[in-house]
Ligand binder design. Structure first.
Ligand code: NOJ
Length: 744
């Protein structure tokens, strides 16, 4: 019977859609269908399409029968957040499709940030792979797994550039560079949305948080944001634009204000730039409850005004606050909101539903067989392992202590609170990931170490707190071993939303444990688990090797073991600058030039008198088990006009003892400009595999109208003639340099 109703409903919708083609003289099938539908909707139903509520937020109420079930049946809910099983989503969708007057299907949104069931490394870690194809692939897998349950909309990717390591949400993004963040944003949007939105495994992407969230003052969560328009346009907005150009169907606004106007009610952002300048025709959803909090934020006098301000600024969907639902009817009556604007917003929402194919089949995603078979497959886990390998960044490797030479060691000490820890390898936003599926480092090593080699494990201490009572056991384990592996760092939930830290050192007594172990005169390998750049100058000095493993996800322990044992040669590069101390923050490679550039020998330079001004590790940094030598940076021309492509080549030779991958990075500097430009800007990169002893010539093409353009002093976009420096190298600091002249 249920099947029959479903088939009838689908036939009805398809019939309605096909009728509309016949009636349509101009405009496509979709436009006609949507216009007809809007023509039939009451104001209440229209507002319903602009309202999103959460399933499962109230633990006393079953997700499948939420408090707002009657609202769904009355067409007053257009989208649901955080339902994630076929059982729940099917029941909810049925309420909308089979019990509401117009049967409009709902969107099911969820925070799928780094995997659904198979949990990949945190997004910042994935970025450290500098491998957009692989990132796209993990995004594809996340969409494939989640969509099998009926989820059809991801609140991802987060594309907020940040210069602020204290801010916890940096872990969800792609670091400090707008170009790298744009490349990654595109990879994720394409991964989620796939090649065909009608496919059952593709979901709508939702780049967030529009905009400026990465610049919250002092890195404090939910704090105000004050940025110049130049910084906004040149640094913060490019990844959003890239995501839109890649076809992202939806966008989420931010919690913060931007220069005094909350993002949730920011007309300049949502209407003038997004729709006016970028021709975006998807919808904008607010962040959770951020519309009614406009009162707290000091922008609206009362709840009623929140709806007026947010809606008229271009905010289409109200996530969770009920402000639209409660206030728009009166605001329309009073003439404060124009019904034509309501129709426009509804059209934006229906358009996304159409693009996903929900009008053709509202149940297309809900598939119990897929739900059972698509999760945590062998291939998915293999990809998670590969992604983790590529995300690790080798910061130090004195005396080539890594990869571990198993001929030399009979026993290995494995110490630290992150050595056998499932939860903290997962991080935050783990969707439906299960902690017990995570492979810990201890498990990974036990699987792979030959039987003749003993693994002496001791936890040593907790991640937080000042309890040193486990030190002696750890020191004993280390004494009995030939080499020490120490896995320390942050808890998984020390980053992510509301994970801002004022002190970005390694928490608790973990560093003290390291210092004790380093006195034993045995090689120490520091395996750092972290969701942000940490200030680790002393810890690096106390270690022989340092590998940043970030928050590596389900396959983390296998992947770290692989890298330690040389099954994979590290290739990751930092997408963020590592400071020496928190007092250097913000510290980032793409800063503007000073009139007195930093010079350690000159007190009157852009520096400090008490601490160095240089980073511990620069953006783009990362070692390999092999070494690469750069030479012969060449431009095929020394000057040219805006339309002349500049071909850049550089030779890279693998001079070490291992085959390996290198991320060859290309930077530029616009020497003089109406709005001064960063001392370096990443413009291209290639990750290349080079066999030991082999030399490759890597080529890039710079297109001045694309790569030299920026928002100038008058906020128009374009190039300015003059000198440019072109750099290529292994990180943002160690580069070869050439000069180019862009002529009028
Ligand atoms: C608040 C977060 O800022 C946003 O990123 C997330 O998508 C929503 N909550 C929903 O969980």
């Amino acid at each position: 019977m249920r099947e029959l109703t479903k088939i009838l409903m689908i036939l009805l919708v398809v019939f309605a859609a096909s009728c509309s083609i016949d009636n349509s003289k101009k405009g496509g099938e979709k436009e006609k269908f949507i216009n007809d539908l809007i023509g039939k909707m009451t104001l209440e139903e229209k507002i319903g399409q602009l309202s999103l509520f959460s399933a499962g937020i109230d633990p006393t109420v079953p997700v499948s029968n939420p408090k707002y079930a009657d609202d769904i049946k009355a067409g007053r809910v257009g989208a649901v957040f955080a339902a994630f099983t076929t059982r729940d989503i099917e029941r909810l969708q049925k309420m909308a499709v089979e019990e509401s007057r117009l049967g409009i299907p709902m969107l099911f949104g969820y925070d799928v940030i780094h995997g659904f069931k198979t949990i990949f490394p945190m997004p910042l870690a994935e970025t450290a792979s500098w491998n957009p194809d692989l990132i796209r692939h993990t995004a594809r897998i996340a969409a494939d797994e989640a969509s099998a349950t009926g989820v059809n909309w991801f609140f991802a990717p987060m594309v907020d550039v940040t210069h602020e390591p204290r801010w916890g949400r940096g872990v969800e993004g792609s670091g400090e560079d707008p170009y790298l963040a744009s490349v990654v944003a595109v990879a994720r949007v394409k991964g989620y949305q796939g090649d065909d939105l009608k496919d059952v495994s593709t979901v709508a992407a939702c780049p967030k948080h529009f905009a400026g969230y990465g610049f919250v003052e002092a890195g404090k969560e939910y704090a105000p944001v004050d940025v110049s328009e130049g910084r906004l346009r040149n640094l913060i907005l490019p990844p959003f634009k890239a995501a839109i150009d890649a076809g992202a169907l939806t966008m989420m606004s931010a919690f913060n204000d931007v220069n005094g106007v909350p993002a949730a009610a920011n007309k300049f952002l949502m209407t003038d730039i997004l729709r006016g300048e970028w021709n975006y025709n998807g919808f904008v959803v607010s962040d959770f409850g951020s519309i009614d909090s406009l009162v707290v934020q000091g922008y609206a006098e009362n709840n009623k005004q929140t709806a007026e301000l947010a809606f008229n600024a271009g905010g289409d969907i109200d996530m969770e606050s009920s402000s639209y639902k409660d206030n728009i009817p009166a605001l329309v009556k009073e003439g404060k909101i124009d019904i034509r604007d309501i129709d426009r917003a509804v059209r934006n929402v229906l358009n996304v539903k159409w693009e996903l194919g929900l009008f053709k089949d509202p149940y297309k995603y809900i598939d119990k067989t897929r739900e059972k078979t698509r999760m945590l497959t062998k291939q998915n886990l293999e990809t998670a392992r590969q992604m983790a390998w590529e995300s690790f960044v080798l910061l130090k490797n004195n005396n080539r202590v890594l990869p571990l030479d198993l001929k030399k060691y009979r026993s290995i000490a494995l110490i630290g609170p992150l050595a056998d820890n499932q939860a903290d390898y997962m991080g935050t936003w783990i969707a439906q990931g299960d902690t017990f599926n995570v492979v810990t480092l201890k498990q990974g090593l036990e699987k792979q170490l030959p039987s003749g080699i003993r693994l002496n494990y001791a936890k040593g201490c907790n991640i937080e707190g000042d309890d040193c009572s486990g030190f002696s056991e750890a020191i004993n384990a280390a004494r009995r071993s030939d080499i020490i592996l120490l896995a320390i760092g942050e808890k998984g939930n020390m980053s992510g939303e509301s994970g801002s830290r004022g002190d970005i050192t390694i928490p608790g007594v973990q560093s003290e444990l390291l210092y004790e172990l380093s006195k034993l005169d045995k090689p120490v390998v520091l395996l750092l688990s972290n969701g942000r750049p940490l200030a680790i100058e002393k810890e690096v000095a106390a270690s022989d090797a340092v590998l940043v493993t970030w928050i590596p996800g389900t396959a983390g322990g296998d992947a770290v073991a692989d890298v330690l044992l040389g099954q994979y040669n590290p290739s990751g590069k930092l997408p963020v600058t590592f400071p020496r101390s928190v007092s250097q923050v913000p510290i980032y490679y793409n800063h503007l030039p000073s009139n007195r550039p930093g010079d350690p020998s000159n007190r009157y330079s852009c520096s400090y008198i008490d601490i160095p001004f240089t980073p511990l590790y620069p953006f783009g940094y990362g070692l390999s088990y092999t070494t690469f030598k750069y030479s012969d940076l060449k431009l095929d021309r020394k000057e040219g006009g805006e339309n002349d492509i500049v071909k850049v080549s550089v030779k890279v030779k693998n001079t070490g003892d291992f085959d390996g991958e290198e991320v060859v990075q290309l930077y530029i500097r616009d020497v003089a400009a109406s709005l001064i430009r960063p001392v370096k800007e990443l413009k291209a990169f290639k990750k290349v595999f080079i066999k030991k002893g082999e030399e490759k010539t890597i080529t890039f093409e710079l297109k001045p109208e694309r790569d030299f353009a920026f928002y100038r002093a008058d906020m128009t976009y374009g190039t300015e003639p003059g000198r440019f420096l072109i750099f290529a190298g292994t990180n943002s600091q160690d580069v070869l340099k050439e000069e180019y002249l862009l002529k009028e």
